[in-house]
Design a protein around this ligand. Sequence first.
Ligand code: ADP
Ligand code: ZN
Length: 520
Amino acid sequence: MSRALEILEHVFGYTAFRGEQAAIVDQVANGGDALVLMPTGGGKSLCFQIPALMRPGTAIVVSPLIALMRDQVAALQEAGVAAECLNSSLTQDEAASVEQRWMRGELDLLYIAPERLLNPRTLAQLEHTHEQHGIALFAIDEAHCVSQWGHDFRPEYLQLSVLSERFPGVPRIALTATADAQTREEIAQRLNLTEARRFISSFDRPNIRYRMVEKNGPRQQLLDFIHEHPGEAGIVYCLSRRKVEETAAALCEAGLTALPYHAGLPQEVRSENQLRFLREDGIVMVATIAFGMGIDKPDVRFVAHLDLPRSIEGYYQETGRAGRDGLPAEAWMAWGAQDVVQQRRMLDESEGSAEFKRLANSRLDALVGLVEATDCRRIHLLRYFGEAIEACGNCDNCIDPPQTWDALEPARKALSCVYRTGQRYGAGHLIDVLRGERTEKVVERGHDTVTTFGIGADLDDKTWRSVFRQLAARSFLAVDHDRFGALTLTESARLLLRGEAGFEIRVPTKKKRLKAGRGG
Ligand code: ADP
Ligand code: ZN
């Protein structure tokens, strides 16, 4: 039996490696560098923990989250491994004792926060132990924190390239579950890992069923969805703290055990709610994205989104918390074209650089492509991570293909009307012109004489609204907020006008009459 397998069995109690684990362990144990992309729950930790035990000296693990470090160190200690951590949660005495053991070469693994590692004193200690006992390896966990465009950006991560400069012979392994091609390159460049061997696991989570519904009384829709999972644990994500509180209260009123979680709650409440979620059965956690990183609860049966996430990575990470035990789980989202328009506006008004906004907008576009898809969701999702698959048979579009209609002609009429009226009006007025309504405003502006007047009388107001919403959501129209929401043509509008892009939209779902309060 190989040494690695022996450690896997005797220390960790598992009988076989999963996926790429064996190859990664082999690479690093033999002194090579590795860049590891593996979905959440894939088993990244063993990829550096086992080589750490195979090589002489202490392995240094850089991790951005104290909670994550604490959990891993506790689990390792329980397995009899000499692991410790150095971070701001230790008292001075505790830290001093960890440092002493480290200097004596007694530790197998040392988890350390990036700012602590980069401190000149720690770097000197590293040099010292390197000479005395050797350094087994450097593991850089959550390596996407190096990406300036991601929401987990940690400036200290940028400086981790010093490790390769000062300790050139020590193998380095960077790990992440966030992995669009761009982030991947950024990690390789900034951490000096362009030569490292890459291990890219499939991001498919076949046991998760994806479902996205158009908002139509979202609170009731959410309740109906949760009722399909009686007694099961789940997470409901909302964008704002206020909506978290309101939704949690509404779910409790409906007889569910729902707890709120967001960064505005006192630390004790957050810890208490998190602990209950982990320990008790059937709790629904209603949370902002502040909740979830480092939560290892295998039997989360559903993740629901009441608001559009900011990007596919975000969506993927959040939904990835469902079904880590491999059993069937659901990812459900309620979305409205209005949400897309709102997120675009928030982006436009945000402070970021032009480059940042462009990137954020293209990430939002990718997400819109996913929610509006009329074919297999998983194909879209995985394509984003560079994987090509067949239709999955386990998403709403595969199971129950949506009805669509070809709205290209109406879309072209709408764009033409925007153009003819000088790109100065919102959807309401444009629809009046298209439908040939002689309202006061239409007559006053002389819009009853433009060529697009009345060319859209065949469609009703509601249908036109959805055409305009989709035109904005798919970036064929932009909303000018400095001019009272005037709609203007974008560069890609030309494609539609020339008939070089298609424009299929979903047949809208019938509005149900709702008895109780409408949420969201
Ligand atoms: P990640 O960091 O990629 O999210 P973890 O390293 O936390 O994943 O592993 C996820 C879960 O899978 C953990 O409970 C871990 O013990 C388990 N696991 C990892 N590798 C194996 C294996 N080879 N066999 C069985 N269970 C494993
Ligand atoms: Zn599918």
